[in-house]
Design a protein around this ligand. Sequence first.
Ligand SMILES: C[S@@+](CC[C@H](N)C(=O)[O-])C[C@H]1O[C@@H](n2cnc3c(N)ncnc32)[C@H](O)[C@@H]1O
Length: 255
Amino acid sequence: MSCRVAQIHKVSSHSEVYEPCDDSFALVDALLADRTNLLEHKPSLCLELGCGSGYVITSLALMLGELPGVHYIATDTNLHAVRVTRETLQAHNVHAEVIATDLASGLDTRLAGLVDVIVVNPPYVPTPEDEVGREGITSAWAGGVDGRAVIDRILPVVDKLLSDRGWLYMVTLTTNNPLQICRQMKAGGYSSRIVVQRSTEEESLHIIKFWQDSGDETCKKETATLKKTAGGKVMDSVLSQIQRLPFWKKFESND
Ligand SMILES: C[S@@+](CC[C@H](N)C(=O)[O-])C[C@H]1O[C@@H](n2cnc3c(N)ncnc32)[C@H](O)[C@@H]1O
């Protein structure tokens, strides 16, 4: 089965737009790793929040290309990113609606409860709070205290937009306290698992997938697989996976 992602030499660029980097590649790798489930899931509407160069939304559209009638939407606050994403999509001959907005502002009514897949590589780097939301390239990484300022705004938006069978794929850094994010989502009825993990000496990137506990058959299959992986113990979230990771102890004491 042919499977394509965006070709880097065709990805448009601008000095004020985030270039595809390790986190972008890890997110696309997570989508590729889950591609069979995604094809079976047959999403009608996919959304990327903070599309930057368009590398991720273009890759998603290419890898799901065989599915008919999927609508793709991408948003970014950075006007250069909106233009660059349109160029990247066009260079790969795929289409998405690209909208300049803060997360999904102005789209809430239109999209509430309708989005089957959301992908997001948020600004997650810990920075002084006043750097969050600045114009241009700074907004690509500035995440405020613990890198959580934008992530904490994204979670309720995602909850509002996802359909009952909706999935979220989100990049997090160890410093963002992914365990606490998973617990927060769990309280809202979402299970989770790490699809991809990349570590350096200082940090770990996790691409976490979230889905509603009450979701469709594919999700039930995922939950069952996780339970099986845990040797029959109840393990319907990423929490047990995270407990085995080195940063668990660090955050356990902060909870
Ligand atoms: C880490 S970059 C990721 C870019 C791209 N998705 C990728 O993976 O290569 C984060 C992107 O989010 C955008 N962004 C930051 N805050 C945003 C907000 N409140 N609403 C929409 N986009 C935002 C930035 O402009 C930037 O393009």
